[in-house]
Structures are given as C-alpha cells and as structure tokens.
Ligand binder design. Structure first.
Ligand SMILES: NC(=O)c1ccc[n+]([C@@H]2O[C@H](COP(=O)([O-])OP(=O)(O)OC[C@H]3O[C@@H](n4cnc5c(N)ncnc54)[C@H](OP(=O)(O)O)[C@@H]3O)[C@@H](O)[C@H]2O)c1
Length: 279
C-alpha cells in the first residue's frame, strides 16, 4: 500500500492499543478517524494531532454505527484501512458466568466488528480490515473462555469474509500476547463487581481459582509487552504489499498457537499441570 496519506478508521481509540495506533498513524501523515465514546476523549485525541478526527461510535449500538458511517462518508470518499480494535475482556468459570455478560463479550468483540464492517462496506472497496484479535483466540486459557471464544469467533467469521467478499478486501488478524493497557484492570474491576453477587456455595467452590485469575490478570498488566510492539505490527501490515492473514505479536502468542495445535488430550494435560503449579 502507498505509505502516505491513507484514510484509516480505528474503533476503540480512547485508550491502549487503539489510542497509540491512532497517534502513530497520524504522525506518519495518514488521516485517522478515531472511534471514541465520550466528548472528553474526542477533545483529548483531536488535540494531539491535526490528522486525527474523533468519531463517536459504540460498536454494540446500530444507531451509533450508522451515525459514525455517515460522519466518515461525509469526510472521506473511501477508507484504505478499517481497524476493528474496540474490545473488552470478560472472565470467570463457565459454570458461573452470567449469560448476559457472555453476550456482552460477544456483542463488543465479535458482533460489533461484524456490524461495523457490514455498515462500512460502501467505503471499503480494495481496502484492508485489520482485526485486533488475541492470543486468546487459540482457546487454551481456562477461566477466560468468554474472551477466548469471542476472539476465535471473530477470526472464524472474518476468515470466511476474506474468502467470500467480492470487493477485494484483505483481512488480517493480529494476535497480541498480553499488552500493557487498561483492559486488565477494567476486567478485574468488572469481575469483582460480578462475583460479589454470586452464591456463597459458588464462591467457595471457585474462590482459589478466582483469586488466582485476578492475580494473573493484574500480573498480565505488569509483565505484559508494551503497546508499541502491537502498533509496529499494525504499521507493518498496513505498509506491506502482501500481508499474511494472521500475525502473532510476542512470545506468549507463539506458545499459545503451538499449544492449540497439539492434540487436545496433550494440551489439556499441559494446561492442568501449569494451573496446578501456579496455585
Ligand atoms: N491488552 C492486552 O493484553 C490485549 C491482548 C490481545 C488483544 N487485545 C485486544 O486489543 C484491543 C484493544 O484493547 P486494549 O488492550 O487497548 O484495551 P483498552 O485500553 O481497554 O481499550 C479498549 C477500547 O475499546 C473501547 N470499547 C469498549 N467497548 C466498546 C464499545 N461497546 N464500543 C466502542 N468502543 C468500545 C474502549 O472505549 P471506552 O474507553 O469508551 O470504554 C477502549 O477505547 C481489544 O480488542 C483487546 O481484546 C488486548
């Protein structure tokens, strides 16, 4: 792709990977439509670079997606790149997870991305869609199954889209390892709220694991890779002539993919061993 003056729309640009990506792309001279949900985030990000224009979008809300589409349509003839980045992380044992929370997980990470692409199709001819998936798409992480499933489903849906679409749209899935962003603290906060309301019996049954997941999520935040590793990969994918359909970012993602390719009986044994050793 031409390296300058591309038009790019990224969802979830108020913090973390989305924010850093929007800033870097704008600094490289591209026109960036940065998806945000609050006025304060719009002002903040627009003040950072004149190439950034904030666009209100809640990917779970059809009316909001429609408004965002018309805003971008009025301000750009087409998009070169659409980055589906907006995401949340819902965790917890499958036995206890509230189905409403499970739906919310899919509404944002999976159905939201599909809804955005469906609406933005008139702007996407000959473009690239970059999905910020996750190493979690490998599906090898117990206690965060909602998040893993939402990312796996995202990859499956968009791999089909890549094969089906008639508009020469390339799809690239980026699968980062744990990255230092606010997502982990947000998900722990939400999980704490939710798991205080479950029965004492359920609490006792999973207490150790819940504490251990919480600890791991907070450690993820400490030991994770820096955001720029993911941003570098996104920029590489935008600039390279023939991007691959999928990229891992960081060693954890490589190991997760490797584990997912083992027979389930072997990978499950390894995962149980790991869980027991880290109690
Ligand atoms: N951090 C990691 O370890 C990691 C690893 C692999 C993949 N990822 C993926 O990277 C992407 C970005 O996450 P991040 O780590 O940068 O976390 P983050 O800082 O929490 O960013 C998430 C972004 O998504 C937005 N968002 C949440 N719900 C939304 C909705 N309904 N509509 C529109 N925007 C919404 C948030 O906006 P508000 O501020 O308005 O809530 C925020 O801008 C996610 O898809 C995540 O799954 C993260």
């Amino acid at each position: 792709m031409e390296k300058r003056n591309l038009t790019i729309f990224i969802t979830g640009a108020s913090s973390g990977i989305g924010r850093e990506t929007a800033i870097r792309l704008a600094k490289e001279g591209h026109k960036v439509f940065a998806g945000i949900r609050r006025k304060i985030d719009k002002e903040e990000i627009e003040n950072l670079n004149e190439n950034i224009q904030g666009v209100y979008i809640d990917v779970t809300n059809a009316a909001s997606i429609e408004k965002a589409f018309w805003f971008v349509m009025k301000n750009a003839k087409s998009l070169d790149v659409l980055i589906n980045n907006a995401g949340i992380a819902v965790g917890g044992p499958v036995e206890l997870i509230d189905v409403k929370k499970l739906k919310e997980q899919f509404d944002v990470n999976t159905f939201g991305a599909v809804a955005v692409v469906q609406k933005f199709m008139p702007l996407l001819h000959n473009s690239r869609i970059i999905n910020i998936s996750s190493m979690a798409a490998s599906g090898v992480f117990p206690f965060v199954a909602p998040y893993c499933a939402s990312k796996r489903a995202l990859d499956i849906l968009f791999n089909s889209f890549a094969l089906e679409n008639k508009d020469n749209i390339k799809v690239i899935s980026i699968k980062p390892s744990s990255v230092k962003t606010p997502i982990w603290n947000k998900s722990v906060k939400k999980a704490r709220e939710y798991f205080t309301n479950i029965s004492e019996e359920a609490k006792n049954k999973y207490e150790k694991q819940l504490l251990s997941i919480e600890k791991k999520a907070l450690e993820n935040n400490e030991n994770a890779i820096e955001t720029y590793f993911v941003v570098d990969k996104i920029i590489k994918v935008i600039n390279c002539k023939n991007p691959k359909p999928s990229y891992n970012v960081g060693n954890q993602a490589v190991v997760a993919e490797w584990l997912s390719r083992l027979p389930l009986s072997i990978s499950n044994r390894l995962i149980i061993k790991f869980l027991n050793s880290s109690k």
